[in-house]
Design a protein around this ligand. Sequence first.
Ligand code: VGL
Ligand code: ZN
Length: 201
Amino acid sequence: MADDRALIVIDVQNDFCPGGNLAVNEGDQIVPLVNRLMEEFGTCVLTQDWHPADHASLVTSHPGAEPFSTIEMAYGDQVLWPAHCVQGTEGADFHADLATDRADLILRKGTDPAIDSYSAFFENDRTTATGLAGWLRERGVSKLTLVGLATDFCVRWSAIDAAKLGFTTTVRLDGCRAIDLDGSLAAAMAEMEENGVELVR
Ligand code: VGL
Ligand code: ZN
């Protein structure tokens, strides 16, 4: 029987690793585990945060604004992040040790200059689909395991959307690291569990 499980690897990119522009503490330390997991799953998807240089989520697009401040956008609150994962830059590349050859699909997100996209399934307007759900379903995938960066933003939003879309969803916390902005990690863990995401500690 075909494997109905997929591994979703969220944003294991240089800018989210130590030395990067939006570095996540210990972000690089998940790479060996992620590489091992990629051998165990029938389907592997890598997501890649991939912003145009003038993307609305980047503080550099808002002269005078402070990094990590929040503004109101048409679709709701938006954190203004340090410029990160700009298309074609080294910061947007996957970590050099990530076994990208094993990926069946590389999904780029956050490409629309006007909308951020934390989730691998929907942009932050919560209505524009990336197409990932259909891609997975057409291949008979119903169970997802998520790992990657960061636990409290892109992993959180992706996992909750996956569960809402009807996928059996597990997050391996040992394969994730967090930004933890103002308690966002604790909030993320509680919200994921409330939405039926299984957290493996
Ligand atoms: C992410 C903030 C901005 C993430 C991406 O991958 O968690 N966080 N863009
Ligand atoms: Zn981003």
